[in-house]
Structures are given as C-alpha cells and as structure tokens.
Design a protein around this ligand. Sequence first.
Ligand code: FAD
Length: 613
Amino acid sequence: MDYKVDLRDIKFQVFEWLDTAKLLEREQFADWDAENVEMVIDEALKIAQEQLAVCNEDGDRVGAQFKDGVVTMPESFHSAYKTVAENGWIGLLASPEYGGMGLPEIVGTVVNEFFSGANVALSLTLMLTRGAGAMIEFFGDEKSKNLFLEKLYSGEWGGTMCLTEPQAGSDVGASRTKAVKQDDGSYLITGEKIFITSGDQNITDNVVHLVLARTPGAPVGTKGLSLFIVPKVWVNDDGSLGDSNDVVTSNIEEKMGIHGSPTCALVFGGQEKCRGILLGEELQGMKLMFHMMNAARIEVGLQGASIAGATHQQALAYARERLQSRSYKELKNPEAPQVPIIEHPDVRRMLLTSKGYVEAMRALLMQTSYYHDLYLTSEGDEAKHYKQFVEVLTPICKAWCSEWGLQTSHTCLQVYGGYGFTKEYPAEQYMRDVEISTIYEGTNGIQALDFVARKLPMAGGAPIKELLGMAEKTFNKAKSDPELMEPAWLLAGGLKQIETISKELMKRPDGIQLLLINAQPMLDMVGTCLGAHFLLDQAMLAKTKLAAILGEAGVGVEDKKAYKAFLLDNAEAAFYHNKVQTAIHFCYRALPTVPAKAAAIRSGEKAALYAVL
Ligand SMILES: Cc1cc2nc3c(=O)[nH]c(=O)nc-3n(C[C@H](O)[C@H](O)[C@H](O)COP(=O)(O)OP(=O)(O)OC[C@H]3O[C@@H](n4cnc5c(N)ncnc54)[C@H](O)[C@@H]3O)c2cc1C
C-alpha cells in the first residue's frame, strides 16, 4: 500500500497560515529554523512512505498473534519500527538531554499525521512509547529518568498506558489494581488490566508500563489512584535488565481493525512478584495520567484526520483513473465515451466535501499544537492563557476529528463504488482502522461530556468565548469579500446559535438533562464553526497569494477561459484557488448543520429519556 498526503496543504498551514518561523525564534527552539524544520518534514514523509506504509497492508492481513503466552507483531513491522526508532523519530519532541530532538509540537503533529496515515497500527507503539517517555521526563525522579528515558526515546524499549480494567472503562475511578509499598520503597502491584495497546510485543527488549493502581486505604474514585512505572523486565540500578517482573499477557483481542496492533489483557503480580516504581506522589496518579491522556487525545483525533487525509488522496487518484459512464455534458449522445469518474458532479462533491473536512481537521489540530507550543514556551499568565486554549480544544480535537475522520473515510470509500468494499484497494482497511479513534482514549460521548461540563464553563467561560471571538473576527473580515460574504454569514449564524443555545440551556429547569443528551451535537456545532473559521481565514490568505501570482502573470479572473487554462498550468495558483473553493463548499455544506442541531436542542426534546429501551 502506498501512502499519499497533501504535502502542499501541510506546508501552507504550517509555514504560511501559522507563523511557525516566529515560534521557532523562541529560546527553546533555538536549534531550529524554518528551513531545517522543512527538511525534517520532508524526511518524515519519506520514512512514512518507504518504511511504514509498505507494511501497513501486511500488518492488517497477518495481524498481531498470541501463541503459548507470547505476543508477536507482524514480521514486516520489525524493520520499519527499528528504522523509525534508530533515526530518532520517537524522541522528536523530547529534550536533547535525553536523546530527543527538542522540536515543537506543531512539527510533531505533522510527523504524526504522516506516521498514522501510513500505518496507524504500528504508529500506536511509537505513540505510546513516546508518551511513556514524556511522562517520566516530566514527573520522574532523576533515577527513573536515567534508567528509562534514553531507552524509551531510542525505541529500544516500548511504553504503554494501563488504565482500563474489566469494570473500569470510561469509569476509570472504578479501578481495583492494588499497589502496596515495600520496605525497599518499591510497590507490590497486583491486578488485571485489559485493552492495553502494545501491552506486549516482540520488537523491543522490554516494555515499560505506566499503571494506575490504588494504595491501601486510598479514597474511592479517581482521587485514590496513584501512578507506577512497571517494567515487564525489572531494570537494575546500573540500567541492565534483571529478572522478569511478573507481568503476564493472558490474551490479545480479535478486532475489527488495527490488526497489527496487539491489544493485550495483562495480569500484574499473579505470582505476587510484580514491582512498581511510584511516579510523582501517591494519590496524584489521575492528575499525572491526564498529562499523557490529553496528549494522546489530540493524537487520536489526529489518527482520525490522518486516515481521512490518506483515504481522500487515494480516492482522488482512483477517481482520476476509473472510467465509467458518459459525461453529464454528453447525456444525449449514446456514442459518447466513458469518462473518468472525477468528471461526475456527485463524485466531485464527495471529493470536495472530504477535502474540506480533512483541511479543517488539520487546521484545528495544527492550531491546537501551536497553542501548546506557546504554552510550553511562555510563563505566568501567558502560559496559563494558552494552556486553557489547549484544554478547551482537546476534546474537540479528539471527538470532532475522529468522528469526521470516520465519516470522511466512509465518503471516500463511496467514491470507489464496489471496489471500495474489496481488499484490492486500501479504502476498506482505512475504514476499519479509523473506527477505533472514536472509541479509545475516552469515547466520543465521554469527550463531549468533558467539553460541556468542564471545558465550556472553564474560567467562567472566558477561553471558549475568546476562541469563538476569533471566529467572529474572521467573519468580520470575510464579509466584505463578495466571494466569501455569504459563507461568512453562515459562520456568523452558527456562532450566534452556539451563544444563544448555551444561554437558553442555563435558564431551563431541565437544562442539565438537555446538556447531557445534547453534549455530542454541541461539541459538533463548535467543531464545525471552528473548522469554518479556519478555512475562511485560510481562504482569505490564499486569495491574496493567488492575486499576487495572477498579477505577476498578467492573468485576470474575468476571462474565465484564460483563467482556467492558467490554473491547469500553474500548480501554485491551482492550490490557492482550491483553498478558496474548499472553504466556500465547507461553509455551505457543514455550517447549515449547526442551526439544525440547535433547533433540535432548543425544542427540549427528551424522547431518549422517555422511550422504553
Ligand atoms: C483497540 C483498543 C485499544 C485500547 N488501548 C488502551 C490502552 O492502551 N490503555 C488503556 O488503558 N485502555 C485502552 N483501551 C480502552 C479504551 O480506552 C476503552 O475501551 C474506552 O475508554 C471505553 O471503555 P469501555 O470499553 O469499558 O466502554 P464503557 O465505559 O463500558 O462505555 C460503553 C458506552 O457507554 C458510554 N458511557 C459510559 N459511561 C458514560 C457516562 N457516564 N455518560 C454517558 N455515556 C457513558 C460510552 O461512551 C460508550 O458509548 C483500548 C480499547 C481498544 C478497543
């Protein structure tokens, strides 16, 4: 399977739309400038295409296996993983002190788009290893940092996050895994975790689990949880590998997709010999784990967006090749030849709608990463300000991008007709692989509840107000452009609906019930308006750039024939032209769902609570 991505759009968003060059002027990124960041991006794409994509289909067909207590990853994954690890890609964002590259999050977002789009099953192992490393880098003591960080960032050891138990899925506070402090300061861990991604594999020499567990007498719920580093093989004080640490894989799941990724049930301390090292302080586990979960939530949203981006590019290529039916301009001519399906208006609609969602999701994720970088490189109130933006945007990144990643992948599969349903083309694997992004890292239902219950009212509602205020500014700018005026008014209408529906719900006696029933549509309304705001903002920039190219070439848009011929001949002009058309299309197609959803919420309809289910 090859991997295709719209690199031009990525570079536009990173270097033209967002001021990444300015971000790189910050002290923390002193080693980097726009030129070498661009080289990193090009190199990452090469690795994604040459290493990860080529084993994506094989990973799906062979799958991770479990036999005689041993988990094996598809053979073809081994060399791809090693190449990625040896070239330092796991430590992309990590501190150079521990072997990392110290790049900003926004670059990580680009690289992860490539890696997840090329092979999401294998990139999960990379993501969790990077995540476990970041947790130890932020919260570990010097000893833990020295023992684990270089091994994780170099990919010699893998990492996991272990929250879920049979009775504790969304309800993490119901976890029962126990941790009892021993005389030597370590903790005896006993319990069972399920659904653990890369919980075991045969690529790395060791697996470093981050395990949530409950100490004796700890309060019930999430407040009673502490976090532990639990290596599969104990690590001696000199860094060498010691004895097996009594972590046993009892099974792996048979799944709908991501077959190459082992999803493991783990038994800790079946022989009462499993030792853990406390990370941070006792009872701080959930607070710390949120650090990893929030990063993972953005990455899972990115998985949705990246798979949608890849499947869109594949569908586009297929539509240019596949001949079927006469052109709509030749309907009365039975002798007319079949044309590539990309000429049929309905196929073009599917492709442009998909393109719009892919670019809107990318923009949301890029913008959130950019705020994250500003937060990490600021201090005091400024840091707090950007942190709040990231916190509000995190559930939207996760839920909106995974939901629309799934829907977009479906639309792209439809472009293929019957061939989309076969294994001859990659669309069916992408469809099966993208589904999980709506479920893990907290289901999209749980994300929506987090959004309406915690993130909307956060800091008295100031961060969401400010974020939507920026969308309002985009409307004010775009409304004076005759081409963008109507789409801009659709955005204004959507923003008004969000504002009024929130106020109305607060005043209603059944407001809480309505909020709980409608959390998902409310998150979607905000995600859609933000997507439209970003695309309109990008369209205005694209118009300026296009005007400059046309001016230089002496081409006017009034002469439609000459303009069209120019676009066919000039890829840059065509790119900017398409940015404008994509934004217009997205606004007309996506924004009308906002008032429709608001009307359903406003009606106060609660049949879901009254129905006998
Ligand atoms: C392939 C895969 C990989 C995974 N990897 C990991 C991993 O590496 N580490 C890890 O710890 N976990 C992992 N998980 C677990 C995953 O995070 C959970 O499956 C997920 O959080 C949902 O938990 P659950 O499956 O128990 O569903 P449940 O919690 O039983 O939820 C079932 C349904 O009820 C809804 N629901 C539950 N509570 C509420 C509520 N209060 N209000 C409204 N709706 C509610 C949910 O939204 C969902 O629709 C993985 C799962 C899978 C399938």
